[in-house]
Design a protein around this ligand. Structure first.
Ligand code: UDP
Ligand code: MG
Length: 322
């Protein structure tokens, strides 16, 4: 195991950043201070996820005064999942830590994560004990999504965050063996298994600026999380079909009995209601199937996860081309 065999391990810290120019220098100086205090070799890979502000200029300046800080600029906003993957692909460390750029993930937890790694943990999950600043709506949505994913997909992402330490072995698996386009990092890392440990932290308030997640981007991530970990929604569609079929037989039998007793079957309202209900069942079902087909289409196209337009302090791409 890398943690034990390597006498002078290198620690990489991956920081995805989207329009974080206000707070990025402060955040990186905090992180680098904590890393230096551990006495280990370190590097920070900050990934500018297509920011429209001066995030990358800030990162390049930091990189020219501190070569251990390296930066990548993606060609546009590819989303946090792709930015994290880019960081993982370029990180050279024996252990890689992923942390937000807004200091909502407390860097002071890093030494404790490294301790767990030294003791043999290959994945250290930082789990949220509280969600300080989040609105009630966001807390409720996050709770509902996590519940659904853990119930349906059989993986526990409750209160988990993207703040994690990964051993080199795990990073290589994620980079080389999990090439899927539809990514849900929290789900993937809990799907892996291996030797995992959880540490708890309180979510700090955002350093500067506002959350980058809109309602739609969260919805998109939730659909990705669901479709990439379970096909249960498709099965529900089948069961729904069977249930309506049984109901249909019941109503038909009832109509035949009524007719044979000489009673005409009335019910304009019933006809309209059932038409509308069944019509919407069919459309919703098509929508669910469509979601899966769209995801398959994304995978088949196999476009790159991200494109890089600039870098600072990066020597070479860690990952050989596939
Ligand atoms: N982020 C990113 N790309 C995006 C959205 C967010 O790289 O498209 C980064 C962002 O800069 C931050 C982290 O992901 O470092 C978490 O984002 P944010 O703080 O907005 O999310 P929240 O804390 O509200 O979940
Ligand atoms: Mg945040």
């Amino acid at each position: 195991m890398t943690a034990i065999s390597n006498t002078n391990p290198l620690i990489s810290v991956v920081v995805p950043a989207y329009n974080e120019s206000q707070g990025i220098s402060h955040a990186l100086s905090q992180i680098s201070g904590i890393l230096s205090a551990t006495g280990l070799d370190w590097e920070i890979i900050a990934v500018d996820d297509g920011s429209s502000d001066t995030t990358f200029q800030k990162l390049s300046e930091l990189s020219s005064s501190e070569p251990r800080i390296k930066a990548l600029a993606l060609s546009r906003n590819f989303g946090k999942e792709s930015a994290m993957l880019a960081g993982l692909e370029y990180a050279e460390g024996d252990a890689v830590i992923i942390i937000d750029a807004d200091l909502q993930h407390p860097p002071k937890l890093i030494p404790a994560m490294l301790d767990q790694w030294r003791q043999g943990a290959q994945i250290v999950h930082a789990v949220k004990r509280s969600r300080n600043q989040d609105s009630l709506a966001k807390k409720a949505t996050a709770h509902a999504i996590n519940k659904m994913i853990s119930k349906l997909g059989g993986i526990n992402t409750n209160n988990s965050s993207d703040f994690k330490l990964l051993d080199r072995e795990i990073v290589d698996i994620i980079v080389y063996q999990l090439p899927e386009r539809q990514r849900f990092f929290r789900g993937l890392t809990s799907w892996l298994g291996f030797n995992e440990v959880s540490l708890y932290f309180d979510v700090d308030n955002r350093l500067d600026g506002a959350s980058k997640w809109s309602f739609w981007s969260l919805l998109e991530l939730s659909i990705t999380a669901l479709t990439s970990f379970t096909s249960l929604p498709l099965r529900i569609v089948t069961f729904l079909g069977i249930a309506t079929l049984i109901l249909g037989f019941g109503v038909a039998t009832d109509a035949v009995i009524s007719l044979s007793n000489g009673k005409a079957v009335s019910g304009f309202a019933t006809t309209i209601i059932s038409l509308l209900m069944i019509g919407s069942f069919i459309m919703i079902s098509l929508g669910i199937i469509g979601e899966y087909i769209a995801k398959i289409y994304e995978e088949v196209k196999a476009r790159p996860h991200y494109l890089i337009k600039a870098s600072a302090g990066i020597r070479k791409k860690n990952r050989p081309p596939l």
